[in-house]
Write a protein that binds this ligand. Structure first.
Ligand SMILES: Cc1ncc(COP(=O)(O)O)c(C=O)c1O
Length: 408
């Protein structure tokens, strides 16, 4: 079975844009953010045109509609992620979701000397909060290195890091290498040692159906904008036990039960962690994105995206001067391919490619320790999504060969 790419592409208005003086846009920066289908844009516009009001407050018609649409977005997303509405906290994205675990759970449950295990493959969003918390609470951070020969985590050091640890934080799929980690094994070993597990699923949720219950992690962090949804919205999936153990990270309106000038009591469940006017249109757009993806077979989506990455990585091998990072020979993994030319600066190369209509990313990808492990400070990165075609991947390689040829 394959995807009806013509029909899918027609759902994304931006894909028919011309850039760089009339060139067809070939958008290959999907790991940074994906494009949005018309149904997501329409859902948000419809909310603003017809139902815009604040939620959980007034009794008038618009307020009731806004509340209903916001809360039913939670139902739709909980269903999509294999959990219940009581286990889905809206956040601004993966970064806020991880910070919520750091400041909402770890700050009140970990003490001096307790250890948190992270890996060298993490995005800065899953490194910096732990460093700040370590400074404040005196917790120990144990870092699992990457084996740069196999592009995988060193699982022997991982296992050796577990005894005595209280929390294990691991990226599901690397935003630099496209490599997927052995999440089931990581969760099982961590739980056997009595540690909770936080999975950063920012790069996995766009092309794999995350089933929170089946996965068995304690926390999963997700960004809506990387899976066809709007920016500014994501979620933290958390077990009921973990939510019970969490303290508010932000406070104010909407998260309270009662407030007097002396003290306040808090709402229970996700609402306790959603202070202030929430991201209403964004939640509605996020749910529309899940509805869009639910019409597709995610296994087919995954193999399409991964197939484009595998093809591109293998073609890149024959472009003079190019080094490819990550193992793209395995079916697991994402649509991300990082590479570097030995003499053309990554940023220059990205500009030359942009002039041909190809949007690709350059830089450290918010994963400086991982790049350090490979001895580089930046890479070029293309990342495919469900609307990209083999013809686009082939055109990308052809244009790259042309650019590289000019410097030969
Ligand atoms: C693996 C990973 N984790 C976390 C993040 C942060 O996501 P956001 O900026 O949506 O909060 C990203 C974004 O690129 C990512 O790729």
């Amino acid at each position: 079975m394959s995807l009806d790419l013509d029909a899918i592409r027609a759902d994304f208005p931006i894909l028919s844009r011309k850039v760089s003086g009339g060139k067809d846009l070939v958008y290959l920066d999907n790991a940074a953010t994906t494009q949005k289908p018309q149904s997501v844009i329409d859902a948000m516009t419809h909310y603003y045109e017809q139902s815009n009001a604040n939620v959980h407050r007034a009794v008038h018609t618009l307020a009731a509609e806004a509340t209903e649409q916001y809360e039913s977005a939670r139902d739709t997303l909980a269903d999509w992620f294999g959990t219940t509405r009581d286990n889905l906290i809206f956040t601004s994205g993966t970064t806020e979701a991880i910070n919520l675990v750091a400041w909402g759970w770890a700050r009140s449950n970990l003490n001096t000397g307790d250890a948190v295990v992270i890996t060298e493959m993490e995005h800065h969003a899953d490194i910096v909060p732990w460093q700040l918390l370590a400074e404040e609470k005196g917790i120990e951070i144990r870092v699992v290195p990457i084996d740069t020969e196999s592009d995988t985590l060193d699982m022997e050091i991982f296992s050796a890091s577990l005894p005595g640890s209280r929390l294990v934080c691991v990226v599901h799929t690397s935003n630099v290498l496209g490599v997927a980690n052995p999440v089931a094994e990581i969760i099982s070993q961590s739980h056997d040692c009595g540690a909770k597990v936080l999975i950063d699923a920012a790069q996995a949720a766009p092309h794999e159906k995350i089933d929170f219950t089946a996965m068995g992690a304690d926390f999963v962090a997700i960004s809506g904008h990387k899976m066809c949804g709007p920016t500014g919205i994501g979620c933290l999936l958390a077990t009921s036990e973990s939510i019970e153990e969490m303290e508010p990270f932000m406070s104010g309106g909407d998260m309270i039960e009662t407030v007097t000038m002396e003290k306040s009591t808090f709402a229970t469940g996700p609402q306790k962690f959603e202070a202030g006017t929430p991201k209403i249109a964004e939640a509605i757009g996020f749910a529309a994105a899940a509805e869009y993806l639910s019409k597709l077979d995610m296994k087919v989506v995954h193999s399409h995206i991964r197939g484009l990455a595998t093809y591109t990585a293998s073609e890149l091998q024959s472009v003079p001067g190019i080094t490819v990072y990550g193992d793209h020979s395995v079916p697991e993994g994402s649509g991300v391919v990082s590479f570097l030319h030995d003499s053309i600066h990554a940023e220059d190369l990205a500009r030359f490619m942009d002039a041909g209509g190809f949007a690709m990313r350059t830089g450290h990808h918010c994963a400086q320790p991982l790049l350090d492990a490979y001895g580089v400070t930046s890479t070029n990165r293309v990342s495919f999504y469900l609307y990209n075609t083999k013809a686009e991947a082939a055109a990308f390689i052809e244009h790259l060969r042309y650019i590289v040829g000019k410097f030969a």
